[in-house]
Design a protein around this ligand. Structure first.
Ligand code: G6P
Length: 364
């Protein structure tokens, strides 16, 4: 059947809304009951290091996965944008695996990085959406992300499906390396299986995001802050806003605020803080207070407990569902997508085909 907008105003809105369904598909492909099901040879017992390489939004999926591989599996993880990796000629351990993340599977820099790594590492793994692509063909094992055709140049459902596959890989690594007992593994698998329902709940932030976008669309710059595995989600929020609305945006690690970007803060600066109520939340609250003391306008994206704990002084809260455990970044991607989408709509830019960008960059 032909790909159409299915009643949505833009492909991006349709692709955002498809996420609960495609995430359900991909997770049930790789998780059967309490078992992780991966192709033969996907055993991490002897692996000493992971190298993740990708571009753009796929790179940010890899960035979240670095936190997961290190935290869950105790597996050291290097991460690089493909254009830097390929020319730096990094030394690679022959016991390591290279993981190449790409929606199209045709990105020239990522493909060249794969060709560089081949023969130097024990295994190359592709996390790809297009099963017939060059990266799917040239990796030892290609794992489909099963997001379906993504038309909008800016990636949404392909990103969250990449995260789902990478989460499965991190759990498999933890299991193979004996880092999780059965009960802990079952708990994480239950968290992961619960993600599509939470993403479905997160879709209901659309109305709030649409209202907040009126405000964001009048800003010249927006800062996004996050910590831990939500830091790459903040980077993704900034990337999306730049791509779609042409507003200058930067993502920063919350703790790094005081080392630079705090100098930019005044009453005209919206600061989007991506922070579920977790064990580091107190530190994030103190970062927000630093912003508010300089009259920065905080948009706090958190769960009900986080918003309550943050107290007064916040310009606007955006309430997220609770839950998801370590896999919360997948859920928090949704308001990042909607904020960028509705800001672009408010500005009247071309949402599905932003200026100067291409869906798949097959030249250097
Ligand atoms: C382009 C697209 C991005 C995408 C990046 C990597 O810049 O506009 O949306 O994230 O390429 O593409 P890939 O197909 O390798 O994931």
């Amino acid at each position: 059947t032909a790909i159409d907008k299915g009643g949505y105003r833009h492909f991006m809105a349709k692709e955002i809304a498809e996420q609960p369904a495609v995430l359900g598909d991909v997770l049930s492909h790789y998780i059967k009951g309490d078992r992780i099901v991966l192709p033969d040879g996907m055993d991490f017992s002897e692996v000493d290091r992971i190298t993740l390489v990708a571009c753009g939004t796929a790179y940010l999926a890899g960035y979240v996965a670095k936190y997961w591989f290190e935290k869950l599996a105790g597996l050291p993880c290097d991460l690089d944008v493909a254009s830097e990796f390929r020319y730096r000629e990094p030394p690679l351990s022959e016991k390591s695996w290279g993981i190449f993340v790409s929606q199209s599977g045709e990105t020239a820099d990522t493909l060249a990085a794969l060709h560089y790594a081949r023969g130097k590492v024990a295994k190359t793994v592709g996390v790809v959406n297009v099963g017939t692509s060059a990266i799917a063909r040239d990796t030892d094992t290609a794992l489909p992300t099963m997001a379906g055709v993504e038309v909008c140049v800016a990636s949404s459902k392909a990103f969250t499906c990449q995260l789902a596959v990478l989460a499965v890989l991190a759990l498999k690594a933890a299991q193979d390396r004996g880092m999780l007992d059965d009960a802990a593994l079952a708990r994480h698998l239950a968290d992961l299986r619960g993600i599509p329902a939470l993403v479905n709940q997160a879709l209901s932030t659309a109305d709030d995001c649409e209202k907040l976008a009126e405000w964001l669309s009048e800003s010249a710059d927006v800062l996004f802050l996050g910590r831990g595995p939500l830091y790459p989600v903040a980077l993704e929020g900034a990337l999306k806003l730049k791509e779609l609305s042409y507003i200058h945006a930067e993502g920063y690690a919350s703790g790094e605020l005081k080392h630079g970007p705090i100098a930019l803060i005044d009453q005209n600066m919206p600061v989007v803080v991506v922070a579920p109520r977790d064990e580091l939340f107190e530190k994030t609250v103190s970062n927000m207070q630093e912003v508010m003391a300089r009259h920065g306008q905080v948009l706090l994206v958190s769960d009900a407990a986080g918003i309550e704990e943050a107290g007064d002084g916040i310009h606007a809260p955006l309430t997220m569902p609770t839950g998801g455990g370590l896999f919360q970044p997948i859920v928090y991607a949704v308001p990042m997508q909607y904020l960028a989408y509705f800001t672009a709509v408010a500005k009247g830019t071309d949402v599905d085909q932003p200026r100067n960008l291409a869906k798949s960059v097959t030249v250097e």
